[in-house]
Design a protein around this ligand. Sequence first.
Ligand code: RIB
Ligand code: CA
Length: 313
Amino acid sequence: MKTKIILDVDTGIDDALAITFALGRKDAELIGVTTCFGNVTFETASRNSLNLLDLLGRSDVPVYAGAKGPGDESEWQVREHLYRIHGNNGIGNVELPVSKRKVEEKKAWQFMAEACRKYRDELILICVGPLTNLAKAIELDREAVGLCKKIVIMGGALTVKGNVTPYAEANIYNDVKAAQKVIDSGLDLYFVGLDVTLQTIITGNDIMRWKQLDNEKAGKLYEAASYYYSNEFEVVGGAMHDPLAVEAALDPEIITEWFPVNLMVEQEGVTKGRMIGDKDLLNEPRKRIHYGLKVNGERFVKDFEETVLNVIS
Ligand code: RIB
Ligand code: CA
């Protein structure tokens, strides 16, 4: 049986690639996309997700809009440097055909909680944006969220420098309160942070076969991916942060070391957003966080390229 998944995104180029990758997984059924502020505003994340799903012929996948800013309390100002990474429209300035669809009426967190109650251990939640929607789903119905098979989060930088500040990774930094609420829920959490995503970098060579396809889907995806890998780290390539979280959810062995640990999130000061061992829980034998430290990057990049190739062929 296919595992049902919900992808919580701030679409974003690597989010768009994660959606595409998820659609190509034979072992998964994407039952919904939920959106959040982050790389872009939540409106742009919703629009990009709808446009992409329709382009890929998957207008059957519903999109639910979520938080507009940290705690869903204030409007989000996209940080200047993000335009360089994701382009002015979040997908590398690539114009996707405009979907006629709208987001669903239900809010992202309602959908998440209801789906967890309905599908229980048939469902995995994969969160690859700030954790606001997940925190709100837990607030709404902690019991329901606890019924799902697994929660996988792209976030954190434990053994490497952060990407927003030297201490913090973007998804955690963008809503530190939400991240701490999610941790305080006592649920088991699987974190795929920069420690491993920076080991899954793609360059033009890796996706040459996408370029050779002669159709609109492939052209648009290739163009967006090229913008990302030529801009995120200038020359080195683009880290597949969000696609790796999808892979780790469905095939956890891609992460060759999951570190069991109880972490907390620093809430203010220069270290705001840093995830660090929670000293109050140091002697607690039960470790709730499973933090990815090592990855089979080569295998991932191959699987990813091939899976996306099939979707866009
Ligand atoms: O730090 C990387 C993460 O922040 C990715 O999920 C990227 O899409 C942004 O949301
Ligand atoms: Ca993201």
